[in-house]
Design a protein around this ligand. Sequence first.
Ligand SMILES: Cc1cc2nc3c(=O)[nH]c(=O)nc-3n(C[C@H](O)[C@H](O)[C@H](O)COP(=O)(O)O)c2cc1C
Length: 146
Amino acid sequence: MPRLLVVHHTPSPALQAVLEAVREGVALVDDVEPVLRPALSAGAADLLAADGVLLGTPANIGYMSGALKHFFDTVYYPCLEATAGLPFGVYVHGNDDTAGALRSIERITGALRWKQVAAPLSLTGAPGPADLEACRELAATVAVSL
Ligand SMILES: Cc1cc2nc3c(=O)[nH]c(=O)nc-3n(C[C@H](O)[C@H](O)[C@H](O)COP(=O)(O)O)c2cc1C
């Protein structure tokens, strides 16, 4: 069964609600195994065992979180060749401006030559029902692509 690795940094209730919606979205798709890993504990072995990846992070000082940055620092060279073409999606949550965080993720996933299979999801403020539905859709779209 294809495995969808969800590499997330979830430091607040808002991001926890987003993560739960993501889990629900993956569950909408048959025959995809969700593997949820906090970004600070995910590593090359998790990534090499995955058929696709969903990245989730808060915006921090106009960038991805240090936790997700640490994940990329850890996996970049060990996974550079093996993960070329890997399908991925991304969500970023912030108070008001996620553009820099999304740009930073675009750059690193571009360098890794991953394939974006769903539009990036930008969320700001307290996640409402429409935001959580968008999270489910994002997760389901990435899962369907595997
Ligand atoms: C050090 C720090 C830097 C942050 N930088 C940004 C930022 O650049 N853009 C933004 O929209 N939100 C920023 N935030 C807000 C976080 O993204 C937000 O706290 C996080 O997504 C969790 O959401 P919540 O606080 O509503 O639970 C920052 C928060 C912290 C603690």
